[in-house]
Design a protein around this ligand. Sequence first.
Ligand code: AMP
Length: 541
Amino acid sequence: MLGLMMHWPLMISSLIRHADQCHGEAEIVSRTVEGPIHRYTYRDAHARARRLANALIRLGVTPGERVATLAWNGYRHFELYYGVSGIGAVIHTVNPRLFHDQLTHIINHAGDRLVFFDLTFLSLVEKLAPSCPAVTTWIAMTERAHMPDSSLQLLCYEELLAAERDDYAWPEFDEETAAGLCYTSGTTGHPKGVLFSHRSTLLHAMAVCLPDAKGYSAQSVILPIVPMFHVNAWGVPYSAPLVGAKIVFPGAGLDGKSLYELFESERVESSAGVPTVWLGLIQYMKQNKLQFSTLKRTTIGGSACPPAMMRTLRDDFGITVAHGWGMTEMSPVGTIGSPKAKHRDLSAEELMALSLTQGRPLYGVEMKIVDGEGRDLPRDGVATGNVMVKGPWVMRDYFKNDQSSPLSADGWFPTGDVGSIDPDGYLQITDRSKDVIKSGGEWISSIELENVAIGHPAVLEAAVISVFHPKWNERPLLLVVKKPNMNLSRDEMLKFYEGKIAKWSTPDDVVFVDELPHTATGKLSKKVLRESYRNYCLPTG
Ligand code: AMP
């Protein structure tokens, strides 16, 4: 027998409608690319998202069609989150930090026809356009007065909206309909697309608001530093309207000074970002002997939060860090750290040790660890294994995947991370099975760098490993075995990367060695290399 409750599909548009009806006066503040601070309300945002919906339909956007953005965290990007998914199309948030070939690959793979971009990315889109023949319409997210001269025929975002009425009624459709697309760059091959649904987005948004997760409410003032082009800014653009929180968007101003000014002027009390951005902010504040007057807590994730950073934030600035773990394939949040009632009497140091774990799964994420043969391992905080996850906001397959499903035979998603789970559910990530280098919030593929090096005529063999860097946390170090009787200098090797990869992913240093260690199956043993070069000092550090 079925229950007799209403069928009310979980639509993303319901979030902005709710925010308009119940929190219409709550503010959305943005540092714009054009310069000034822009402020308006959820009510204004909702009206403009409806105008945008009408504009998209006039431009011929159909249900299921992917619409791309190349944009910072800002109010127009927020409107696109709602306007695009609200009409049944899919917002494809493109990470502008990817290398040219990756960008053209994902725009073409997604089949984007419309690309909305912030002015910052004008020269980027001009370079991309010749390799993206399916894109017919490039829309500059600005008003007429700031429209740039361009070799491309551009449309003006504000003109599109001005030509429309705001009387659009959001349609209801199947909650499993695709709503967002985000590509993740793995260790091998091209970036892969993760396709979120309305249902997965809504359930994730609700879960991350819970008090033991990010604890958002109508009293919150949230500044998401994590970009809207990186897994939907960890869900903030959906969670904030759900509870009626004020949002403060930092735009392109991610340096310590710009962030600090915005934190203070807008009385921000909650934030979210990767460790690297906090490093810049902490440095700026220490140099200028500054304190936060309203900021109380932040979520840090994307890579492990260094203990020293968590201590500094707690001891010097009075900030509680909620350490979170997840991945694009998980929408992204899987776990967040917060203590339980039984931890009330722990000492400050014991609490710190707890905070340094990656936290506990949110309700909605099931998690286990398995050994190399896929057998379940105990949740004793000691055994380490491959972390496997399940849940309504965990991906079941990549977009247009031409390979086999990534899921295990019994339906779990293998995260590629290795860790332990203790009896209270706290996850400790000990390693990652991938050898990717996490530089700031970005991934650098070691294999891609090795392939370039091996392309040099004087190189016999090459390996790239991550080495600690004080600013970026990790940077690539290249180890090279030269061919017999060949000459090659460090500078010649690094110059060889020019034009072949994104400049920022070039290795920071080169070490010439006589031979490289290998595993029993003839593969490079990165583990041994990482151990050997654990204390290596990079010239850039
Ligand atoms: P992405 O899909 O780009 O968000 O990257 C996901 C990956 O980042 C995970 O599979 C982990 O390897 C890593 N990661 C995310 N959060 C953490 C964390 N708190 N500690 C350690 N690694 C993390």
